[in-house]
Design a protein around this ligand. Structure first.
Ligand code: SF4
Length: 408
């Protein structure tokens, strides 16, 4: 598996891009996690992996989306984006996730990526705006990997994403990336209507035949203004996803990303561990993309390292989440999310300004944490990588000591 995957990447990815992946993402990314662990020992939390939603606008209208895609545009300007990255770079960060809306609608995206050749960016996109020219620009820059979202068959894609010919238009963008020899991924938000089509070996082999290098399975989270309860996976389906990922990682030559389990298959939340936080299109420093509240903003003269580490709101969110669940606090304990927001008087960062009532209306549901269903990694590469660079960093000690009931 590992030989076939490595040799495919070496044969099909542009050498400049490969160099940036190895150095900016591989070496510097690993170093940023080690620095993060050192900081944690000093009681400082500055996430090594920042996710930045650079604008709210999108050309699609997906079911269950929590971003204000149909509202007037809000975006982070080039100087604000540069400030985020420059402040983070000073503390050893080199990797950034770029989200939207649709990031390729941001007029300064390429200028932004080009300003930071010493960093690596993962751009979450529906792929439809990646023309041949855009893909070639990415190739010249060499420091970004497009992660193209595919949400199902042609019919399901139209239904889930609110458009016509959605799948074909997305696949055209995907093909442009592959033709430009970019390291290219496909992301899927698994839900009831696409799990049987896309959580399959045949889909992974189709991706491999297309030339895709990695995939990332998310699970649909019913949050936001238009919750689609009927799309959410059942607890057994969540376990099925984990089993599938672990099995396929051991035998199919495509890399599979996940963010919710350590090497032993124990659930974790990247927000609670502090390895990742989110910056929204209005500049708010949010715990994660689906918690749309913030007490701090990038629009400040202060160093963002100080702003992040000094945030009582983010600290309380991390600690409360880690004391109550190894899963997702939003899905399992929306009541706690509401009380934290109220306790800190944290403003709603959405344009619609209804986020608190949405949280208040949510009911508790199962997330990725199923204690009785822990499935350890099988493949040595994932085991080692997670063991050293992606685990819970000891934040669940109180929960493990039984100081709090995991699901009140
Ligand atoms: S709170 Fe939930 S959605 Fe946010 S990072 Fe944690 S597990 Fe993911």
């Amino acid at each position: 598996m590992i030989f076939a995957l490595t040799s495919r990447i070496l044969r099909t990815v542009d050498p400049v891009c490969l160099g940036k992946i190895a150095w900016n993402f591989g070496y510097k990314g690993a170093r940023s996690v080690m620095l993060f662990e050192k900081r944690m020992k000093r009681g400082e939390f500055f996430p090594p992996f920042l996710y930045i939603s650079i604008l709210n606008s999108c050309n699609l209208r997906c079911q269950g989306c929590w971003v204000d895609v149909d509202k007037p545009r809000e975006s982070l300007k080039l100087d604000e984006l540069n400030k985020i990255v420059n402040d983070a770079k000073r503390h050893g960060n080199a990797f950034f996730g770029i989200l939207g809306g649709e990031p390729f609608m941001h007029p300064e995206l390429f200028d932004f990526l080009g300003t930071h050749p010493d960093c690596y960016f993962q751009v979450f996109t529906n792929g439809q705006m990646i023309t041949e020219k855009a893909a070639q620009t990415l190739r010249k820059l060499g420091n970004a990997t497009p992660l193209v979202s595919v949400e199902g068959t042609a019919t399901v894609s139209n239904e889930r994403r609110g458009g016509k010919d959605v799948l074909n238009r997305t696949l055209r963008g995907l093909q442009n990336c592959l033709d430009a020899r970019l390291l290219t991924g496909v992301a899927t938000s698994l839900c009831k209507t696409n799990i049987d089509d896309l959580l399959t070996e045949s889909w992974l082999h189709r991706l491999i035949d297309m030339g895709v290098h990695y995939t990332w399975y998310h699970t649909y989270r019913p949050v936001g203004p238009k919750i689609s309860e009927e799309l959410a996976l059942s607890p057994d389906q969540i376990t099925r996803v984990r089993k599938f990922v672990v099995e396929q990682r051991a035998k199919t030559p495509i890399a599979i990303v996940d963010a919710y389990y350590d090497h032993n298959g124990r659930a974790l939340c990247p927000m609670a561990t502090g390895i990742s936080h989110h910056i929204g299109p209005t500049g708010g420093l949010e715990p994660c993309p689906i918690i749309q509240f913030a007490n701090e903003n990038v629009r400040t003269d202060r160093d963002l390292f100080d702003v992040f580490t000094g945030s009582a709101f983010l600290k309380d969110f991390r600690e409360t989440a880690a004391q109550h669940t190894r899963g997702c606090i939003v899905l399992e304990r929306p009541d706690l999310v509401k009380s934290l927001v109220e306790k800190h008087h944290a403003p709603d960062t959405t344009i619609r300004q209804t986020a608190l009532s949405e949280v208040a209306g949510m009911k508790s549901r199962t997330s990725q944490w199923r204690e009785e269903e822990e499935i350890p990694e099988k493949h040595w590469m994932y085991k080692i990588a997670k063991r050293f660079f992606y685990h819970d960093f000891g934040v669940y000690k109180q929960l493990e000591a039984g100081a709090h009931s995991p699901r009140a």
